[in-house]
Design a binder for this molecule. Sequence first.
Ligand code: C5P
Length: 221
Amino acid sequence: MIEIAIDGTSASGKGTLAKKLSEKYSIPHLDTGLMYRKVASEILKDKGNNLKNILELSCKIARTLNFENLQNKELRTEDTAKIASEIAVFPSLREILNLKQLEFVNKSNEQFGGCVLDGRDIGTKILPNASFKFFIDASIEIRAKRRLLEKNITFLHENDEKCMLQNLIKNMVERDNIDKSRPEAPMVAAKDAYIIDTTAINADELLSIATNIIEGNLTKN
Ligand code: C5P
């Protein structure tokens, strides 16, 4: 059985690595960030919601969440990400989503002999005994550039590009700070995680580093 836990900052390359490892080892992948984003996007849709009961509302949405409806473009917006990190501080919401993640883990291990999960607390909380743990990070400038590229904008004036990058950097730094400083399951590298900086490497190089580690060709750092 192979359980792979991948944590790290947004746009660090952790999601792509998770997908590629899932394909390589034929094990299911769960992007746990999408679960927080799904709850956030439902909150955003509910225009009449009273922000006072946001905890209750988040938990209600989380209880009915299933894995089938997580592939939606609207989950990828910056607004959704912002709300996702704000609600991710609630311990009772995390408890509901953690149970769903563990259900996914048990089912995948039983049916496919393993799984790969990516998020913020996978190596520390969800899969503390994972076969391999990775923590992926990169400079904030590179991460913002990657996010901008994902937007697939065909032409951007230089000044607009600068402005968009600055906004992305601001949003990402804010989100990192919330994720790092919350008391419940903060974003932190597990003690036994391999820490990889992707500032100067691409997705294939990251996959090759991770694969070498998994296949025992590198020693633990
Ligand atoms: O990974 P992604 O950027 O899509 O995650 C969105 C937000 O969801 C994160 O900023 C974080 O606040 C929250 N999250 C979390 N724990 C996870 C996955 C995501 O708190 N395991």
